[in-house]
Structure formats: C-alpha cells, structure tokens
Design a protein around this ligand. Structure first.
Ligand SMILES: [Zn+2]
Length: 263
C-alpha cells in the first residue's frame, strides 16, 4: 500500500510540474529562450536592472511595479538583473508573433540538454594528463543555460577553477553543475524546473574560451553526463512549439529563434 501511495504522489507531482504528459508517456518540457523565460513558475524575462527604471519595465511588459517587486522578493539592491513577469496580453502577443518556447518530449528520468544548440568540444574522461569530470560545449558568451532537471539550487557563485558556477540538487540525489558562466540568475534554495533559465554562458575560471562545462554527480562523484541524456550527443526528440492556441507542431522546420547574445 505504501508503494502505491508513493507512486500516486510521484505521478501527481510529475503531472503538476510538467502540466503535460504526451500519449507516448514522455514528458513535455518547455525550454526558456531569450524572449520567454520562467522564474518561480511565472512567465516573464530577466532584464538588466540598471538600464531602465521599474516603471519603464512595468509599462513595457504590461505588468505592475508591485508584481515586479513581489517576484524579486522586494530585494532589488545590488541586483544586476531582475525578473519582470509578463502581463497576459504581452505574453499572448509574443506567442502570436511566433516567439513561443520549444517544447521537447523527453523520456522520464532523463536529463535535458542545458543548451539549445549543442557543439560538444570535449567529452568526459581522460584528457591530456588529467581527468575531465564533465563535458564541454562551445557557446558564445551570453548563451542561455537551462536547468537539466527540476531541483533545488544548492550552490551559486565562484567555485575555484570552475569560475562562476551553479550546483543544483535533484530529487533522486544527483547533482548537476554548470561552470564558467558569465551571469547567474537564481539563488541558493530556489526551486527550479527542467528547462528554466538559470544563467548565461561565459569563460570565467580556468577556461580557454567561451564554453559551458557540465557535470553530473552522485555523492560528489562525477559520472559521464552523456549517459543521462535521451539520445546521446544528437538530440532527435519531437520538437513542438507553444503558440497562441496552445501547442503548435513544427515538423522539422528550422528554429525561428537562433542563439543570440542575451541583451
Ligand atoms: Zn570541461
């Protein structure tokens, strides 16, 4: 009985968090892009705080100053970026214009690739005279990094040679690490969803060029991240996109949204 109770709770947690399970039993996950992002399960966008004042952002994104303050915990001091929630009309207009997020269908218990465009430049294992404890993806500075799974933020900030990094703890005990970042948006103890923007790529720490170093760890032991992804290096999942009427299917159409430096 205990098992069934646990199973039902697990299933309801999955349904609540992802909203949708496709008819093939795979999870549908929305992937944040530079136009539509999520924070604390709210849709909006991270913006440079010192660029404009709060009234400007409230008007621009058709929300209120109160809403902006609320989602940022009324704490804007020394913040470089703040999250601006979208008004309903602003969000619908974006979807009408085709800026909806990609929706991937992935196998349950698999991780999501942390970048949209994958250029694998170094695999896990022995490299030169030392062990490479993760995988590297080349990416221009300012490329969006998303959480590979739902979880709780355990550590953010400078971690030695890793530079600006994020460590996320996932429900099954594994941890994912995102290193050499230029910006970090989330804070310790934040709950993050799979596909939620967490930071931007950079070249901080010991790094020979702009890239993301990504690790998967169990009890501090790094494993080969490629073993945790749905289809090895090449991602061939069914790709859909959210539109104004819900989910719009794009069959092998090239992405309208290219990787661009984050503004
Ligand atoms: Zn690396």
């Amino acid at each position: 009985m205990k098992f069934f109770k646990y199973l039902i709770i697990s299933i309801s947690i999955i349904l609540t968090n992802f909203g949708l399970i496709s008819n093939t039993g795979r999870l549908r996950v929305s992937i944040d892009n530079q136009y539509i992002q999520t924070y604390k399960n709210t849709i909006g966008k991270w913006v440079l705080y010192d660029k404009k004042n709060l009234n400007y952002y409230a008007t621009e994104y058709e929300t209120t100053v109160e809403e902006i303050l609320r989602i940022n915990n009324h704490n804007l001091k020394s913040k470089k970026y703040i999250f601006v929630p979208f008004g309903e009309k602003y969000k619908n207009d974006l979807l009408k214009k085709g800026y909806g997020r990609r929706i991937l269908e992935i196998e349950p218990n698999k991780l999501l690739w942390p970048l949209e465009n994958l250029m694998l430049t170094s695999r896990y294992g022995r490299r030169f005279h030392r062990d490479h404890t993760g995988i590297d993806f080349a990416a221009p500075v300012g490329t969006i990094v998303v959480s590979a799974d739902m979880g709780t933020v355990k550590q953010v900030g400078w971690i030695g040679g890793y530079g600006l990094s994020i460590l996320i703890q996932h429900p099954d005990g594994k941890e994912t690490l995102y290193a050499h970042l230029s910006e970090i948006f989330i804070s310790v103890e934040d709950e993050v969803q799979m596909g939620q923007i967490i930071g931007l790529t950079g070249t901080t720490g010991i790094s020979t060029g702009p890239h993301l170093h990504f690790e998967v760890r169990y009890q501090n032991i790094p494993f080969d991240p490629e073993d945790f992804f749905p289809s090895g290096y090449f991602r061939n999942d069914v790709i859909l996109r959210e539109g104004e009427d819900g989910i719009v299917i794009f069959n092998n159409t090239p992405d309208r949204i290219k990787q661009m430096p984050f503004l």
